[in-house]
Design a protein around this ligand. Structure first.
Ligand code: ADP
Length: 870
């Protein structure tokens, strides 16, 4: 199916080519080896089997039975993208010399030298075709230094690098936030996260990390960048060492590292992110996720920034207000917003173009993108500077949009308006930029015209009107005439020399043609070399200003995020939230953006609901039938908090939010069957995390916790968890449950109140109103929901009979929660038990056994027994 099967070398254990192949493969045992042969990349043995399967291309075999398959080099990117997506890693072995060079070096049989030039892995991509424009692509490294976890993360497509440290228990949450596509850690580390790639432990030493960071940024000390702990430096070292390895010594763009301060962000653990479906829906894709419902950014960089904002909302009111003020400004001025978005929409992805250029994988087109993006950024700045009432954040951003005048001018002079992606053919340097280059091009152009003139002349001289001068890669320029006229040119004194006889035509050369062709060839070669040299200079100009260009790209992204948030708010009447330090949560007319959009698509209306939590009424128990809207209500309030603290408007009429430091969301186990561990176990592990971590400034939503086990266990756990969150954690909390019995908690927990989603039975049918109302749920409507869901009528009728029996039994015995009425208060019960133990211990400790008579000892024993019983 492809040309390389015609290649002369045949792989086999004995051939030099196979020896070369195996040597290269040994350096890339965990990768598929793309072995360059002419115009193809070939894969052999198991690599071929894997690739053929993933790519759905033919698996062939060579004469000696070695399985193989191949992909054309010019379209390799598309194949690479699919392999990377399927979880493969690829090593690219290129020919490092031409066949001519090989012959010169080692004679006619010499094998072309090859070497691995790069490893392509999920976390180290820069190519436009391999990356999703709206998603950051993160490579992370994690290690432990004396009990502290260090994390380093970089998106090498834009160079952003971040360092963080945390306790071993927070590693899951930190990794969940990063959402890395590739993770490296020291090999043999016991605590290594699943899927992490092991790398030599020495790469993760903090000393070498510091040396590497200093080296990358060419500084004698890192003090200018911030304070880095040993754990952070270790992780940074491991990260850079890995990049060095996959790039074979070529490092990509790395901006100065930024320390991430955990306290500056709303903490969310992995389970919370998953259950709120922040960046991905539970079915895996972006569709149905929060970001999908919110994102109105018009640039890929904006969408990536928004994802970052939603993954790490802020906890500093001033910073949140600064973002909100910019959103408001753009919200209130639709004309300005439209203009701005139109300009942004046309912008190239400056950050990623820069990433490719610095990584040495840039094309003339990337330079063109830098030119266009930076010059538009400057225009945008000038436009916005003319506005008077600018919010403070914009004033911070505007200066970052300019400052590239010299580079833009240079590129404007040097490059043609639309430079090509391929640089080997030249043609990207503009006329007038380099006179010597213009002269070379003129020479080649003159020679081409001379050749056209020669064609006319030869036709005249020979009288063959069908004579043509043509060109191909093998012969270069030649004269071609139909076979029947060939004799005239074959004559010894004709001035033509025969080159090739084809089926219907004969080809010739002539001295004048040869001379002109040489001029073209020579001038062409020189002009290509000149363009190549200019390309290097132009790249160097961008590299020297990489940091400033990256800052411009980041500022553009921030403006796009704000404009997108404003657009989204205007679209559905969202409001600007008011943020307070006081732990309250007052949402009027709140909506769930994803559910509302889904209903809207079906022409249905979403019922807005209020939520009012305060210190004195901080836990709402929400009952009501299944499908009544409990989960939706819980989540919409959590999402409103998240959106607000990310600095955006929220889907509500009004929202007064006391700043939240940690957000927890848990869903009862049966909704999460896809997980590996026993689902109930997962539920309990996740619940335990809340009980140990949530505090007075946290917001917790618990959806049917306890559902994953038997009724009694479930009720008991739900009871105890609700009590603990209320009295110990004292967090704001929404707790959905179908256990009516929990309503009794309202008697003992002073800051807990009862609510329910309303439903009505109308002519035997259940009507779900999706309205949250005060008071306990009156009944569960389970059978009505079953009927609504299409359970056959006889089955529902039978269930009704069973239910009547059960209810009768409950009335007689006092029901599921019989005996809970005199349950001692949660904390008081524990205290009393502990007190008793303490009293007994005190007595025993104060005892001098040797001084007791047998009679006294016996009396004492009776006394202790009596104490223990009271
Ligand atoms: P529950 O948790 O009580 O079982 P859900 O929150 O999962 O119920 O809601 C079930 C369905 O009801 C949702 O998929 C949605 O279609 C609809 N729904 C929920 N809340 C509302 C609402 N406020 N307005 C309109 N429809 C709603």
């Amino acid at each position: 199916m492809h040309a390389s099967t015609q290649s002369s070398a045949t792989p086999g254990p004995a051939t030099p080519m196979m020896a070369q192949y195996h040597a290269l493969k040994a350096q890339a045992s965990d990768c598929l080896l793309f072995y360059r042969m002419g115009d193809f990349f070939e894969l052999f043995f198991d690599d071929a089997r894997t690739a053929a399967q993933v790519l759905d291309i033919a698996l062939t075999s060579r004469g000696d039975g070695v399985p193989m398959c191949g992909v054309p080099a010019h379209s390799a990117e598309g194949y690479l993208a699919r392999l990377i997506k399927a979880g493969c890693r690829v090593a690219i072995a290129e020919q490092t010399e031409t066949p001519e060079q090989a012959k010169k070096r080692g004679g006619s049989k010499a094998l072309v030298a090859r070497d691995i030039v790069r490893f392509v892995t999920a976390g180290t991509l820069t190519e436009e075709a391999l990356l999703e424009p709206r998603r950051a692509n993160v490579l992370a490294a994690v290690c432990e230094v004396r009990g502290t976890i260090g994390l380093a993360a970089v998106d090498i497509s834009t160079g952003r690098m971040e360092l963080e440290e945390c306790g071993p228990d927070r590693i899951g949450a930190a990794l969940a936030r990063l959402g890395a596509s590739e993770l490296v850690c020291p090999e043999g580390w016991d605590e290594a996260p699943l899927d992490a790639i092991g790398r030599p432990t020495r790469d993760f030493s903090s000393d070498s990390g510091e040396v590497r960071l200093r080296g990358v940024h060419g500084v004698a000390t890192l003090d200018g960048f911030g304070q880095f702990s040993r754990a952070m430096l270790g992780a940074a070292g491991g990260l850079i060492a890995y990049l060095d390895h996959v790039g074979r010594g070529n490092l990509p763009l790395l901006l100065p590292p930024v320390v991430r301060d955990g306290a500056a962000h709303l903490a969310m653990d992995e389970a919370t992110r998953a259950s709120l479906e922040v960046l991905e829906s539970s079915s895996g894709g972006r569709r149905g996720s929060l970001i999908d419902a919110v994102d109105r950014c018009v640039t890929g960089a904006g969408a990536r920034q928004l994802a970052e904002d939603l993954s790490a909302p802020l906890t500093d009111i001033a910073a949140i207000e600064a973002r909100l003020a910019l959103v408001q400004w753009l919200h209130d001025d639709p004309l300005l917003r439209d203009d701005l978005r139109a300009v942004l929409r046309a912008l190239p992805d400056v950050g990623r173009a820069l990433g490719r250029v610095v990584a040495g994988r840039g094309s003339p087109r990337d330079l063109g993108q830098l030119r266009d993006g930076l010059s538009e950024a400057r225009r945008l700045r000038d436009h916005l500077l003319r506005r008077a009432d600018r919010p403070a954040l914009l004033d911070e951003l505007l200066p970052l949009l300019g400052g590239h005048g010299a580079l833009v001018d240079l590129y404007a002079r040097a490059l043609v308006p639309a430079p090509p992606t391929e640089r080997s053919q030249g043609g990207f340097i503009a006329e007038g930029y380099d006179h010597a280059l213009d002269a070379l091009r003129a020479t080649a152009g003159n020679a081409r015209r001379a050749i056209a003139a020669l064609e006319a002349k030869y036709r005249d001289e020979t009288g063959v009107a069908a004579l043509k001068i043509r060109h191909n890669g093998v012969l270069g320029y030649f004269i071609e005439v139909p076979a029947k006229h060939a004799d005239r040119l074959m004559a010894p004194d004709s001035g033509f020399t025969h080159r090739q006889t084809m089926a219907g035509a004969v080809r010739f050369n002539a001295l004048a043609l040869h001379e002109e062709a040489s001029r073209i060839g020579e001038a062409g070669g020189h002009s290509l070399a000149a363009e190549e040299a200019h390309f290097e200079e132009l790249v160097a100009a961008a590299v020297s200003q990489a940091e400033a260009i990256a800052r411009t790209a980041a500022a553009l992204a921030r403006v796009d995020v704000a404009a997108g948030q404003a657009e989204r708010a205007a679209e559905s009447g969202w409001c600007r939230p008011e943020l307070l330090e006081d732990p309250c949560l007052e949402i009027t007319g709140g909506r769930h953006p994803v559910v509302e959009a889904a209903l809207g698509a079906k022409g249905e209306r979403f019922v807005a609901n209020d939520c009012r939590l305060s210190q004195a009424d901080r836990l709402w128990l929400v009952g009501g039938p299944n499908m009544g809207g409990k989960s939706t209500f819980l989540r919409q309030n959590a999402l409103i908090v998240l959106l607000a603290q990310a600095g955006g408007f929220v889907p509500a009429e009004a929202a007064k939010l006391g700043l939240v430091d940690r957000l927890f969301s848990r869903v009862g186990a049966s909704d999460n069957l896809a997980r590996g561990r026993s689902t109930f176990m997962v539920e309990m592990v996740e619940t335990a995390a809340i009980l140990s971590q949530a505090g007075e400034r946290s917001f917790v939503i618990l959806d049917e916790v306890g559902r994953g086990t038997s009724t009694y266990d479930g009720l008991a756990l739900a009871w105890a968890v609700a009590e603990a969150v209320h009295s110990n954690n004292r967090s704001r909390c929404l707790f959905a449950t179908h256990y009516h019995e929990l309503a009794r908690l309202a008697d003992t927990c002073e800051a807990l109140s009862l609510h329910h989603v309303r439903a009505r039975e109308w002519k035997g049918d259940l009507v779900l109103l999706h309205e949250v109302a005060e008071g306990p749920a009156d009944r569960s409507y389970g059978l009505a929901v079953a009927k609504l869901a299409g359970v056959p009528a006889p089955v529902v009728a039978r269930a009704k009979t069973v239910l009547e029996k059960l209810e009768k039994g409950r009335a007689e015995t006092g029901g599921l929660a019989a005996g809970l009425g005199d349950l001692p208060l949660f904390a008081a019960a524990l205290d009393a038990a502990e007190e008793k133990v303490d009293r007994l211990r005190e007595k025993l400790e104060g005892l001098d056994i040797d001084s007791l008579s047998p009679r006294e000892a016996l009396d004492l024993l009776y006394e202790l027994k009596r104490d223990a019983a009271t």
